[in-house]
Design a protein around this ligand. Structure first.
Ligand SMILES: *[C@@H]1O[C@H](CO)[C@@H](O)[C@H](O)[C@H]1NC(C)=O
Length: 317
């Protein structure tokens, strides 16, 4: 018995990711679907980055944030989709221990960075709408840069602490993860060391990483909406609202689906639903962001046609 336990303790070097739990006939179809999603996500976000860098009119904090968010989302979706695509294609569901931990680290860090970046963007909108006279003096390029660096450092460092704690866990058989990527909770469940300390730490860190920026974002939007309601002219109201509506849509999509995933009770029947909803914030948010901005934001629209005109001009030369 002791021997068996020992081999179990030291034996695990890889995990099996069960994936979406779909029948294998669906693999090629799902491969195609997620490949299209991945390609559109990458090209949409790259398009936004190119526009923000190339178009002078977008050289203001709001679009610096947007460009950096697109950068982040390119990385974010690349932590999950390539592995998922390869297992749809080859049927190989094995991920090494190192690969699994790395996937969790980068996914978790980018997600944490995203929450802070979304909070910084809503603070930017708050200043622009509620304190328009002070906006230019407060939201300097320096502050903008500091907020962006702060979001990245925060995500990478705080999640680094989590990683340190998880690296200490022992994993025993069974090494089967009922998910399509190595997320924290499924990993914790597989551990055979006592996890109550880690669970407490996770809870506290998750609080820092998600609840704080969530409350900041919520407060900003609360002030924005009360200010917009008080605007007398309806065109003024519309103008103010349209300057933050794209961002508000992204925020609602991201937090709405995260909340559903983490608040649904963990029962076998709901677990499948849970996976479907995690697809929203892990895979569909990075896809939705460039689509929402390119379709709904007038400035991005205009920048797109300006850059297009420039390109056709150079083609003709
Ligand atoms: C990210 O933010 C920095 C500083 O605020 C800005 O200079 C840079 O252009 C942004 N990057 C992108 C891709 O938008």
């Amino acid at each position: 018995m002791l021997n068996a336990e020992k081999t179990n303790l030291t034996g695990i070097t890889e995990f099996i990711l069960l994936g979406l739990g779909n029948p294998s006939e669906l693999q090629p179809l799902l491969f195609l679907l997620f490949l299209i999603i991945y390609l559109v996500t990458i090209s949409g976000n790259l398009l936004i980055i190119v526009l923000v860098v190339a178009d002078q009119h977008l050289h203001i904090p709001m679009y610096f944030f947007l460009g950096n968010l697109s950068c982040l989302e390119t990385f974010y979706s690349s932590t999950i989709l390539p592995k998922m695509l390869s297992s749809f294609l080859t049927g190989d569901r094995i991920i090494t221990m190192g690969g699994c931990l790395a996937q969790y680290y980068f996914f978790g860090s980018f997600a944490a960075t995203e929450t802070y970046l979304l909070a910084a963007m809503s603070y930017d909108r708050y200043l622009a709408i509620c304190k328009p006279l002070l906006y230019a003096s407060i939201m300097s390029r320096k502050l903008c840069f500091q907020l962006i660096i702060g979001a990245w450092m925060n995500g990478l460092l705080v999640n680094g602490i989590m990683m340190f704690l998880i690296g200490d866990l022992f994993f025993c058989a069974p090494n089967i993860i009922d998910h399509y990527f190595c997320d924290l909770i499924p990993l914790e469940k597989l551990s055979c060391t006592e996890t109550s300390r880690i669970e407490l730490a996770t809870f506290l860190l998750a609080f820092i990483l998600t609840v704080t920026p969530f409350v900041l974002t919520l407060t900003s939007y609360f002030s924005i909406i009360t200010t917009i309601i008080k605007i007398k002219s309806s065109t003024g109201r519309q103008k103010a609202f349209s300057s933050c509506s794209s961002h508000l849509t992204v925020v609602c999509l991201f937090y709405g689906t995260i909340m559903i995933v983490y608040m649904l009770p963990d029962t076998p029947t709901l677990r499948h639903l849970n996976k479907i909803f995690s697809i929203f914030y892990t895979i569909l948010t990075p896809l939705a962001n460039p689509i929402i901005y390119t379709l709904r934001n007038k400035e991005v629209h205009k920048a797109f046609s300006r850059v297009q005109n420039k390109l056709t001009y150079f083609w003709k030369l």
